[in-house]
Design a protein around this ligand. Sequence first.
Ligand code: ADP
Ligand code: MG
Length: 918
Amino acid sequence: MSASSGTGAVNYRNGTQRGSLRTQSSNSTSAGQKSSLKSKSVLRKSSPAALGGGSSKGGSGGDAGVPGRVRVAVRLRPRNGEEMIADADFADCVELQPELKRLKLRKNNWDTDTFEFDEVLTEYSSQKRVYEVVAKPVVEGVLDGYNGTIMAYGQTGTGKTYTLGQLGEEDVADRGIMVRAMEDILAEVSLEMDSISVSYLQLYMETVQDLLDPANDNIAIVEDPKSGDVSLPGATLVDIRDQQSFLELLQLGEAHRFAANTKLNTESSRSHAILMVNVRRSLKTRDGLPSESSGNSHMTKTLKPPVVRKGKLVVVDLAGSERINKSGSEGHTLEEAKSINLSLSALGKCINALAENSSHVPFRDSKLTRLLRDSFGGTARTSLVITIGPSPRHRGETTSTIMFGQRAMKVENMVKLKEEFDYKSLSRRLEVQLDNLIEENERQQKAFVDEIERITVEAHNQISEAEKRYANALEEEKLRYQNDYMESIKKLEENWSKNQKKLAAERFALGEKNGLDITSNGNRSIAPALEEVSELKMLLQKEAQLKMAAEEEVNRLQHQLAELKKVEVSGNSEIMRLHKMLENETQQKEKLEGEIATLHTQLLQLSLTADETRRNLEKHGSEKNSGALDSFMSQLRLPQIQDPGNAEKQPVARLFEQVGLQRILSLLEAEDADVRIHAVKVVANLAAEEANQQQIVEAGGLTSLLMLLRNTEDETIHRVAAGAIANLAMNETNQELIMDQGGIGLLSSTAANAQDPQTLRMVAGAIANLCGNDKLQTKLRSEGGIAALLGMVRCGHPDVLAQVARGIANFAKCESRASTQGTKRGKSLLIEDGALSWIVQNAKTETSAIRRHIELALCHLAQHEGNAKEMVKEGAMWELVRISRDCSREDIRSLAHRTLTSSPTFLTELRRLRVDIR
Ligand code: ADP
Ligand code: MG
């Protein structure tokens, strides 16, 4: 069963993102193209930028990426038939942690070295995934007009040729990188406008041979001193128009390689096979005019060159990396040994120089590196796959292969560590956040003050307006009133004097006629006076009405005034609220500033100590520069495992932990999901080292990790957190803590919701560890631990199944111990939960990691007579019989035998069936 563990992620993790190194200037090459004359007509600003240093161009970007950075993936070959038989338990010697991109190499029973790579490809990795991870970014670069190299390095027999050159004619899934790269290229180019041409070469004993024309066996490498382009004018160059012709070409090359090597009496593992693919693309430009970027307008009239983008892909299947003894043992001639050592060590030196961004890259030291000069480092993209085999017998070669890959990773490791504990960027981020807050705060404050001012002014205006209106109205009313009053008085006076006069005249006249009839004359003069009175009454009434209207107006204005007062009050309370908000804001700002200050100090401390350590290490081993850095790196990773006697190394380890832990744990609860993922990865990394585990638990890390399972939905977080919990669950005290904090329930529900096999593997691993604790058996089972384990077999991934099997074996072992001590009676809880049928079904699996555990589980179950009947019924007894006969491990074989012969139930059954188990 094939299982691609694929997440499908194609991007490299760190450093440059796809294409971030690309610049406008083309540095493509003509690599021996027959059309080299024509190619010269395309003016290029070609520069030796491709040659490593990366000093001038494109380097201005600073820390975005390391120019010339070699991406390194490690790939483990699956066990072959022979190794299956030997049943080498590779897991004991190498452990891959693809999710952490780590490889652990066991040094002895107690010590493990941990290495990080860009990609860690397990034995289950599909060829497709390997292509996507290792080669696709390089091929994409080539299609964009850049050069690129893909190399495989490793001991003979570890899968270099399988990875690069497999044709996959029987099974398309087997196709290697060369075939897939050509497929991608063909799919991308247009055959009318573009061209693809291929050379296929062998480099043996510092001689370049043409695999497409065996007579052509000493091809010169030519370098253009100006452009730095490398070409092989003597090599056959075949135009490729379809996939079939390419496959035929590869087959032809392989046949020639075999023939040539037979003639030379050597093996292909001692030479390098080199495939060069030149891709030449014409760019469509508007109106058929060349694009501006070609910068050759003065040439267009005469030559009209099309805009051409050229990229070269070089795929190198390197000679076997096994350390070759100078004495010529293993059938190597001395010359051969020298030449293989020369080219591989020159390659190593160039990789180191590129990794260190050194100004000099010793390309001239060998033919191989001369050939790669323009396709390697600089703006070219380089991928290296290091292949290792599963056999513990080759531990030495495996280690040296890993070290080769690590040297190529060196700079990246620094970058990576910077990323994982990147206080600088964290502090930068916090600073940016803080600045944003400060700005926002300032803006709000200003807006707030403005608003208050506006409200106050408005209120004042309204009040004074109202007062003015009131006063005016009052004044007007008064005036009008006074005027009217004066007017009426005047009128009254006039009338009165008029009447007076009239009266006097009449009286006078009357008095002359008869001095007595005063009354009747008096009566007659009263009538007009009455009229006057009623007129006055009316005036008075009008006045009263006017007065009322004025009073109403006054009331209205008073009411308005009260309203305005209310508005003012509510404005004041709004002001208070804003003030309070402002205070909160300020407090928060202060808190953040404090944090930043702490981070700054921590960062400073960390980098000071790191510098000091590096200086010390360099002092102690300046001739072995790379070794010093390597050991510095591994110190950081393995704080306490390394050489505890060396007092100099301790401060780094201590500081690293002390500074890191509290901070990192607090970041597990960060708001920002990125920060959380980041933090949980760091915690998982730390938890992977036994030395850190106690501290993590004491600092509350375990609780935080469990909380993450409960409170997040993110599967990456679940996976990494479960991985960390699994690591912590190796220790008995922690196991109890996990159980006490409801760990089984959390792990079970994580398992129920997880899709990714790696998440399931982590969860199963954690539960498997808990299964090995005698005290927790009943609780674990009653909280659904066994059911959760059995539920995870749905995913079918061998890594997950292996963990499930391990858990079952652990559980069965505890049960059998309990039954020997007499504390356990009745059927196994495993059998009650239905595990037996799965055990029986998988007892013959090919995957030894699973089978081993299942075999042990069967033996443990069989030791408890209470299980015997059920085991007979389910066919488990037959598996025991098989194990007692065929198991490759002696101890398990005899354990199975012992359990069969000591159980009365089994003995009766075997006798009944006449099976002899002696
Ligand atoms: P190398 O080129 O490093 O000497 P090969 O590619 O020839 O190694 O591999 C040795 C053997 O292992 C071959 O039979 C090959 O088919 C097989 N092999 C290598 N890698 C794998 C893999 N990932 N899956 C299956 N078979 C593999
Ligand atoms: Mg090979």
